[in-house]
Design a protein around this ligand. Structure first.
Ligand SMILES: NC(=O)c1ccc[n+]([C@@H]2O[C@H](COP(=O)([O-])OP(=O)(O)OC[C@H]3O[C@@H](n4cnc5c(N)ncnc54)[C@H](OP(=O)(O)O)[C@@H]3O)[C@@H](O)[C@H]2O)c1
Length: 329
């Protein structure tokens, strides 16, 4: 496969290269792409140096697959140009996720909706991916009525600039700010921009993308997304009301037998998911599984995953692996 990685110098792009290498994705030719300021610089992939090229040069190369993580504007402008020359684009930005003509895919849940005709495929938002990974098997059995989710999101979710802001603050260095406020020793209830309804775009992604991936617009979702000074993964407190009553043992069993989900829930051993444990792992970790005693048919869970891996790079590459396996590219 001739593979373009668009945004190869970014947070997600770096992890994509690492995951492509780790999973031994059949890359016969790599085309690392970034903005004009990076063109000509080199990056390493499988012990070899590669020169970064610009977007038009990459289109001219007609890659089989292009993995995009270079922001929504770049995806809107360039994904169609790649698609036109026959490339299949898997896009990490929010540009195409809610486009009715584009598929929004978490391979463990709905890869089977993909066809050869899908030339631009959307990778969901990081906080959505980890939540639906745990909810999909439960929805199948008990039918979700309503989700109340609060997120505790890592600075790595904002990109290179935000990680630098946190590092600078810890080191006492003045530097460029990715957020309006200091993030060290803080919690900022503001992820992405505000929409007209008072929610942030990140919060509304959790609503809309969950309904689209689980293919059920009747699921009610309300979210509060908060940025916290962690670097290795997003955490979520999730309260789920089902239409049908559940058995806690069965919930645990369903989660334990879901590929890509790991139950970490042993209170006697103080075992529960945390970003420092999830960092650099591909799985979604679920713990603090308990009945909401204030309301029938309702469950509380704590879900943690590395936003740069399953929340972005790993999910994208799993989609690409599926395309190769099913001969859709
Ligand atoms: N971080 C996460 O957890 C996460 C999760 C899911 C999805 N995403 C999405 O993935 C995308 C990238 O996020 P990130 O965190 O990796 O950001 P980042 O660290 O800021 O990296 C951005 C990348 O995009 C490239 N880029 C920017 N403008 C470009 C242009 N006009 N043409 C070509 N390349 C351009 C940058 O190249 P230069 O180095 O040359 O500027 C860099 O490689 C965003 O759309 C984000 O929403 C991020």
């Amino acid at each position: 496969m001739k593979v373009a990685v668009v945004g190869a110098t970014g947070m997600v792009g770096h992890v994509m290269l690492k995951v492509l290498e780790e999973r031994n994705f059949p890359v016969t030719e790599l085309l690392p792409v970034a903005s004009e300021k990076s063109v000509g610089k080199t990056i390493k992939f499988k012990e070899k140096d590669y020169k970064i090229i610009g977007l038009q040069d990459a289109v001219n190369e007609r890659p089989d697959i292009a993995l995009f993580s270079a922001g929504g504007g770049t995806s809107l402008d360039w994904a169609p140009k790649f698609a036109e020359v026959g490339t299949t684009v898997v896009d990490n930005s929010s540009a195409w996720r809610m486009d009715a003509t584009k598929k929004l895919v978490v391979p463990e849940i709905n890869a089977d909706i993909l066809t050869k005709e899908d030339k631009i495929i959307a990778n969901p938002n990081c906080s959505t991916i980890q939540m639906v990974m745990a909810l999909a098997p439960l929805h199948k059995k008990y039918k979700i009525k309503r989700i109340v989710v609060s997120t505790y999101q890592s600075v790595s979710g904002t990109g290179v600039k935000a990680v630098k802001q946190l590092e600078n603050e810890i080191a006492g260095i003045e530097g460029e700010m990715a957020y309006f406020y200091p993030i060290s020793r803080n919690a900022i209830p503001h992820c992405d921009v505000f929409e007209n309804n008072g929610y942030t775009k990140e919060e509304m992604k959790l609503v809309r993308e969950t309904q689209k991936i689980l293919d059920d617009r009747s699921i009610a979702v309300t979210a509060t997304a908060v940025r916290i000074p962690t670097a290795g993964g997003h955490s979520e407190a999730v309260n789920v009301e089902f239409q049908n009553d559940f058995d806690l043992k069965d919930v645990r069993h369903l989660l334990e037998s879901t590929p890509g989900v790991v139950v970490q829930d042993d209170l006697e051993k103080n075992s529960y998911p945390m970003p420092i444990l999830a960092h650099d792992k591909d799985e979604v970790f679920v713990g603090r599984i308990r009945r909401d005693e204030s309301q029938p048919n309702t469950l509380n869970m704590w879900i943690v995953s590395d936003n740069l891996r399953k929340g972005a790079a790993t999910n994208t590459i799993q989609i690409a692996e599926y395309l190769v396996k099913e001969e859709l590219v």
